[in-house]
Write a protein that binds this ligand. Structure first.
Ligand code: PGA
Length: 247
């Protein structure tokens, strides 16, 4: 059985003080939840968030890192630095990193390989633009992103990876994919994992949907057979995230 995951992605929205206060406030609301509860936060927020989450069922993840182990990379943060704070989950391949910061498929593959080598828990994001969807190329596009990201990744490592399908046109727009659209792509991703690896790996890998998930639409999305939870931006900044966790 795949354990459900409700993952928040704060993006560039909370200071360390605000983040810690928010975690303390939401912790009693999500205590004892069936789903795993995670907030991916900006690097500078990590120590305060980890401290605030101590003794709760809330896990903290990192929104970003660089794949090299150490050296002259001004402004970057390594996996060792993140691990030292006790954090295990790391995001990669988010469309904002791809589009605004120019991260390409090759870099995302390097990030995934580095995170797995460091025994971290990677969350690999993929998703198509509106242009690609309207051209009818969604499935081909997503297949390309997944194949590239999984280059050199073993079946055991895929099982430890969470995949998040996030259509770019649904991120931060209030325009959610229909449950049919979300299930279609998540189902295709699982089939692709079966084709590239084996049925057991496909059965084990967790696949999330992301893109304007909110307390109203979460239950229907998460009821789809191939959707194992959500990666949630805007709605993870509010206490009503509790409702998404419970969905
Ligand atoms: P959103 O963001 O929930 O605000 O649409 C999702 C994401 O980018 O992970």
């Amino acid at each position: 059985m795949r354990r459900r995951l409700a993952a928040g992605n704060w993006k560039m929205n909370m200071t360390p003080t605000q983040g810690a206060a928010f975690i303390k406030e939401i912790a009693p609301l999500v205590a004892g939840a069936e789903a795993e509860v995670l907030f991916c936060v900006p690097a500078i927020d990590i120590p305060a968030a980890v401290e605030a989450a101590k003794g709760t069922n809330i896990e903290i993840g990192a929104e970003n890192f660089y794949y090299e182990a150490k050296g002259a990379y001004t402004g970057e943060i390594s996996l060792d630095m993140i691990k030292d704070t006790g954090v295990e989950y790391v995001l990669m391949g988010h469309s904002e990193r791809r589009q605004i910061f120019g991260e390409c498929d090759e870099m995302i593959n390097k990030k995934l390989l580095a995170a797995l080598a460091a025994q971290m828990k990677p969350i690999l994001c993929c998703g198509e633009s509106l242009e690609i969807r309207e051209a009818g190329d969604t499935l081909t596009w997503i297949e390309g992103q997944i194949r590239s990201a999984f280059t050199g990744v073993t079946a055991d490592e895929v099982k430890k990876t969470v995949i998040a399908y996030e259509p770019i046109w649904a991120i931060g727009t209030g325009k959610t994919a229909t449950t049919g659209q979300a299930q279609e792509v998540c189902g295709m991703i699982r089939e692709l994992v079966a084709k590239l690896y084996d049925a057991g790996t496909a059965e084990a890998v967790r696949i999330l949907y992301g893109g304007s998930v909110n307390p109203e639409n979460a239950a229907e999305l998460f009821a789809q057979p191939d959707i194992d939870g959500g990666l949630v931006g805007g709605a993870s900044l509010k206490l009503t995230f509790e409702k998404i966790v419970k969905a």
